[in-house]
Design a protein around this ligand. Sequence first.
Ligand SMILES: NCc1[nH]cc(CCC(=O)O)c1CC(=O)O
Length: 308
Amino acid sequence: MTQPLRIGTRGSPLALAQAHETRDRLIAAHPHLAAPGAIEIVVFKTTGDRILDRTLAEAGGKGLFTKELEDALLDGRADLAVHSMKDVPTWLPDGLEISTLLPREDTRDAFFSRGGQSVDDLPAGSVVGTAGLRRQAQILERRPDLKVVPFRGNVQTRLAKLDAGEVDATLLALAGLRRLGLTDRITAVLEPEVMLPAVAQGAIGIEIRSADDATRALLAPLNCPQTAARVGAERALLAALDGSCRTPIAALSTLDGDRLTLKAKVLSPDGRQVFRAERAGAAADAVALGADAGAEIKAVLPPGFFLP
Ligand SMILES: NCc1[nH]cc(CCC(=O)O)c1CC(=O)O
């Protein structure tokens, strides 16, 4: 029998759901892969899964959720790695590439509060738990009277902490909740005007060895060109900004036919300073539009704005 195609993934329920979606799409495109043993899902624990007592910004380092999967690709323990593109660093290791983007889920953030209030109705002084600086900065931009505290753990853990009263409210990506079937608990879905999403939020990307033409060919029918253009624009913005995970950066591109619109925002962690850029143009120019918007913001940021 030939070697199985090995899908590398993290072990969180969301990561496993995304690995299973990838397997199902592979089988739909190539029915022979439904044979027993043709596809194997291999679970790897990443640094981000181990560190649960600090925020990601404090843990520092890029690729907290991707490095172990990339090591497995590079030394042949996996043939493809499935990632939330939101967690994929701007620069990939030599010899690897994102070959495929699956059709994007909803990009918005979902808001949960114990009392059922939305962001604007929370009583002053309410405690919002969030892991990320992007959500912290935008919550404080709109509601400087709220208190934001660090909040880690996978989706289920965070909802349990909310129930236990550790915080009054929290936010999670709607995409992950949809994939886990956990949307019934949502208090409100936040529009991008209130909470601009993270770069590539809601997109699943598949990483392979650049030299692995066989796996690239198998994955080709799974690629969604619209998602690729949108994520291409947003990640080009990130590259041009050359920020770190300690910088609140938010961006969203949308497509109307072949016309791509990109909205981008860089904030100070306390939400007091906000820098925006917007671009629109042909989808074929997605990367240039993103890079251009990033350069525009970078040019006006005060010196030392990005923490190392
Ligand atoms: N490691 C955090 C992470 N990475 C991707 C998602 C959600 C799914 C997505 O945005 O594609 C989440 C959880 C969250 O932010 O609520």
